[in-house]
Design a protein around this ligand. Structure first.
Ligand SMILES: *[C@@H]1O[C@H](CO)[C@@H](O)[C@H](O)[C@H]1NC(C)=O
Ligand SMILES: *[C@@H]1O[C@H](CO)[C@@H](O)[C@H](O)[C@H]1NC(C)=O
Ligand SMILES: *[C@@H]1O[C@H](CO)[C@@H](O)[C@H](O)[C@H]1NC(C)=O
Ligand SMILES: *[C@@H]1O[C@H](CO)[C@@H](O)[C@H](O)[C@H]1NC(C)=O
Ligand SMILES: *[C@@H]1O[C@H](CO)[C@@H](O)[C@H](O)[C@H]1NC(C)=O
Length: 499
């Protein structure tokens, strides 16, 4: 095949653009240059370019028209259920992106919590120069507000039962809907998924999504890495709870080096997928929270990702932690809270966070590289050889704190095994392996010795008791039986020798 894929996709974009113009409402398509001006003119409701679609039991997007009550019934709107509306962002190609349909399906896949699922389709206003699309967000926000006011007047559907989920520019559309709806009561909830940064970062709360726009506002920031002074996603907190997965600047699995894996998954779309990867990750984290109700990702209040990586922020006291995504605990606070978490590079994204605090006694004089591996044995699973590197020299009695994340839930931690790398260097030291069991005391050796180790699990908020080095695992049966019952002894010692 010598048809270039780029050529083909441009043709496709053109086709779809022409098609969507032809299928547009009675309005004639405007020349590109006049768009900006059109925004400023006084539009009456029937001139709206924004389409509101509802996804009922049987239909795949049925259009609701303001002032046409019959469309509500036709589209299967159920006024006794909440309304969740998805709002897309800026569009380069004028095509509704695939994640929208994934989000619709995820929202509808919850039999226990049925909702009306809608879409604000403003694609013709979003498919333009970025600055023009930005100006259009205010207009579309007003149109969404008009829809919600009409629902209130016509079928007494309260705005407090509305949840707007906006991605990128759509997040600010949601904000403008909330701030322009008028009256004393607010929209129930707004979720901003990597809300757009350029032209919004640093602007006043009334010019972007802010906590004032709904009873509860949550935001997920996934692509705030700066490039020439700008970041795609907004950095500053804009909600009651702001989540920064992996620090928020860039996401795992989104590097250009992963392009080949993406090509395998997405074919020729890989290039655009790779570019959008971190930005769109906010959406997929949210969808993940709907699809994996049993494994909700937990995030923790923290000053920055550096402190978080030291394991210093795994507390849940006084509302310091919250669930990322659809099932967030809705607790409006006067001050924005910045929450951090680590995620996997693909769905399911959840990890289990542990803080390790370790103290050594250093009786060696020679500098030695400070890498080791740690194997963990829990009541449910074991994890082997997790590599750890601690700064330069290890000082006696100093507490080293670090974060370890595991993809699986290992249950309650029972045993930790240390293995010093580079064992040749350690040949003169008592052993290269130290095994740690809670509640035990054991023989002491010279060299670099673990004095204490404390572990805190973020997800369960459990702390292990102070764990003290036992020395070699090869404890005599007599000694071990003081620690464990006979049955469990056989189990643990065989499990430990596997570690
Ligand atoms: C917009 O149109 C409405 C009626 O369609 C009118 O009442 C209103 O004054 C107009 N606003 C502006 C700014 O022209
Ligand atoms: C609307 O939703 C309620 C609650 O789930 C349900 O009992 C009712 O049957 C629904 N009405 C229609 C017309 O589907
Ligand atoms: C132990 O301490 C000494 C002196 O303070 C230092 O030179 C050495 O590198 C330390 N050992 C390790 C393993 O860090
Ligand atoms: C470490 O703490 C122990 C007591 O816990 C103390 O005897 C020892 O001197 C301390 N070592 C250093 C280097 O501070
Ligand atoms: C464990 O200890 C027993 C007796 O104390 C000894 O015979 C055996 O070799 C030891 N095994 C290991 C792996 O050190």
């Amino acid at each position: 095949m010598d048809t270039s894929p780029l050529c083909f996709s441009i043709l496709l974009v053109l086709c779809i653009f022409i098609q969507s113009s032809a299928h547009g409402q009675s309005l004639k398509p405007e020349p590109f240059g006049r768009r900006a001006q059109a925004v400023e003119t006084n539009k009456t409701l029937h001139e709206m370019k924004t389409r509101f679609l509802l996804f009922g039991e049987t239909n795949q997007g049925c259009q609701i028209r303001i002032n046409h009550l019959d469309t509500l019934q036709e589209c299967g709107f159920n006024s006794s259920l909440p309304l969740v509306m998805i709002i897309h962002g800026w569009s380069v190609d004028g095509i509704l992106e695939n994640w929208i349909w994934q989000m619709v399906a995820a929202l509808k896949s919850q039999p226990a919590q049925p909702v009306n699922v809608g879409l604000v389709d403003w694609i013709t206003l979003a498919h333009d120069h970025y600055t023009i699309a930005v100006r259009n967000t205010r207009l579309v926000g007003k149109e969404v507000a008009a829809l919600l006011r009409w629902l209130e007047e016509s079928v007494q559907f309260s705005r407090s039962h509305v949840h707007l989920i906006g991605y990128s520019l759509g997040a600010h559309v949601s904000g403008f809907a909330g701030s322009s709806i008028g009256g004393t009561r607010k929209i129930g909830r707004i979720t901003g998924l990597d809300a757009a940064g350029p032209l919004f970062e640093g602007s006043s709360p009334s010019n972007r999504l802010s906590p004032d726009d709904a009873n509860f506002v949550d935001a997920i920031h996934t692509f705030t890495r700066e490039h020439m002074g700008l970041s795609v996603g907004i950095k500053q907190p804009i909600g009651h709870y702001d989540f920064y997965p992996n620090g928020g600047s860039f996401q795992p699995g989104c590097h250009f080096l992963e392009l080949y894996r993406h090509i395998a998954q997405h074919g020729f779309n890989a290039i655009t997928q790779t570019i959008k990867c971190s930005h769109e990750r906010s959406v997929h984290l949210f969808i993940d929270s709907l699809l994996h109700a049993g494994t909700q990702s937990m995030a923790y209040l923290c000053g920055d990702m550096n402190s978080f990586s030291q394991g210093l922020c795994l507390s849940c006291k006084k509302g310091r932690c919250n669930t990322l995504g659809y099932h967030v605990r809705q607790e409006p606070r006067s001050k924005s809270k910045r929450l951090f978490l680590v995620t996997r590079d693909q769905s399911p994204f959840k990890v289990y966070h542990y803080q390790f605090k370790i103290q050594f006694i250093n009786q060696t004089q020679t500098p030695i590289q400070t890498s080791f591996t740690m194997s963990l044995l829990g009541t449910k699973e074991k994890m082997q050889k997790i590599p750890i590197t601690l700064g330069k020299g290890i000082l006696s009695n100093k507490t080293y704190s670090f974060l370890i994340t595991l993809d699986v839930d290992i249950g309650r931690l029972i045993m930790i095994k240390f293995r010093w790398e580079n064992s040749a260097v350690w040949a003169n030291v008592w052993n290269t392996v130290q095994t740690i069991i809670p509640w035990s005391t054991g023989p002491r050796h010279s060299g670099l010795i673990l004095k204490t180790i404390r572990v805190k699990a973020g997800e369960t908020q459990q702390r292990s008791p102070n764990m003290i080095s036992l020395g070699r695992l090869n404890c005599s049966l007599l000694f071990c039986s003081e620690l464990f019952s006979h049955d469990s002894l056989a189990h643990w010692s065989s499990a430990a020798s596997e570690l």
